[in-house]
Structures are given as structure tokens and as C-alpha cells.
Design a binder for this molecule. Structure first.
Ligand SMILES: Nc1ncnc2c1ncn2[C@@H]1O[C@H](COP(=O)(O)OP(=O)(O)O)[C@@H](O)[C@H]1O
Ligand SMILES: [Mg+2]
Length: 140
């Protein structure tokens, strides 16, 4: 299917000052195009959790938003230590976030499960060089 539009966002490690800015931007752009609230809500959750994971757990990365005639994809990738045990990381409540990050209100361990739940298709690959998530929402 034909690609209609794409956007690219860069996210820096430990950038708590700008936490949530990329997902807000994504939300704004989707709203402008005229997607339903249901679609926008899912993509907002996925991009927010992806953005926070890059800020908290990686050395930096980015999100690509691609809009096709029949689907929207989010590619969330970073350079970083990666995830040793992806299955464990996908468990609700599992988090390795340090105490100073938890004090800021992050580290509930629900990010990856939420991304999975909000996605129609979800793929995660991780190595010692970084992590990549491909999330797809199909448009009805
Ligand atoms: N991009 C990433 N790079 C390295 N580790 C990650 C990344 N994303 C998630 N993780 C690991 O998976 C765990 C669970 O992630 P998540 O469900 O988002 O919970 P939280 O971010 O609240 O810890 C994290 O605590 C971390 O150990
Ligand atoms: Mg998280």
C-alpha cells in the first residue's frame, strides 16, 4: 500500500525536561490529518511509552511515524544496552528503572505491555547494540 506521509523524531537519553514532547507532537500531527480519537489514543500511548523507554533505558534514539492508506506504523529504535530477556521485560510490572527515575514517577513496568496491547501488530528485537520496536495499527 502507498505511503502517504512520514515523520521522524529524535529522542535524547535522560532528557526528562522534554519527556512526552514527541508523543504530543505525534498526537497533534495525527489530529491535524483527521484520524479518529480511538486511533490517536493508541498511537499516543505507544509513542509515549517508546519515547520514555528511550529516555530512561537507552543512549538515545528516535521514532519514525509512517502513514499508509491502510495502516500507521511506529518504528521506535535506539542505540543502547538492549534488553537481555525480552520475555521478562514484557511482563507487567517488571522494571529495572533506578530509584531516581522511580521518584520522578516512571518505572511502573507497564510500558512494553501497554505498547503490545495497543498495537495490532507488535515486533520487538533487541541486541547488545540497541532495541527496535515495530508497531502497526490497521485503519478500518
Ligand atoms: N529501549 C530499551 N533499552 C533497554 N532496556 C529497555 C528498553 N525498553 C525497555 N527496557 C527494559 O525493559 C524493562 C520494562 O520496560 P517497561 O515495560 O517500559 O517498564 P519501565 O520502563 O517502567 O521500566 C525496563 O525496565 C528495562 O529493563
Ligand atoms: Mg517504560
Amino acid at each position: 500500500m502507498k505511503k502517504i506521509k512520514s515523520y521522524s523524531y529524535r529522542i535524547n537519553k535522560n532528557d526528562f525536561v522534554n519527556a512526552g514532547k514527541v508523543s504530543s507532537e505525534i498526537k497533534k500531527n495525527l489530529k491535524k490529518i483527521g484520524f479518529t480519537n480511538k486511533i490517536i489514543r493508541k498511537l499516543a500511548v505507544i509513542s509515549y511509552e517508546g519515547e520514555m523507554n528511550i529516555i530512561i533505558h537507552s543512549e538515545g534514539g528516535g521514532i519514525e511515524l509512517e502513514i499508509y492508506e491502510d495502516k500507521i506504523t511506529l518504528n521506535i529504535r535506539d542505540i543502547g544496552p538492549g534488553i537481555d530477556d525480552v520475555e521478562l521485560a514484557m511482563t507487567e510490572g517488571y522494571s529495572t528503572a533506578p530509584s531516581e527515575v522511580r521518584e520522578l514517577g516512571f518505572g511502573a513496568g507497564m510500558g512494553l505491555p501497554n505498547i503490545n496491547n495497543c498495537s495490532d501488530d507488535f515486533k520487538i528485537t533487541s541486541s547488545e547494540n540497541g532495541t527496535k520496536i515495530e508497531s502497526t495499527i490497521y485503519l478500518e
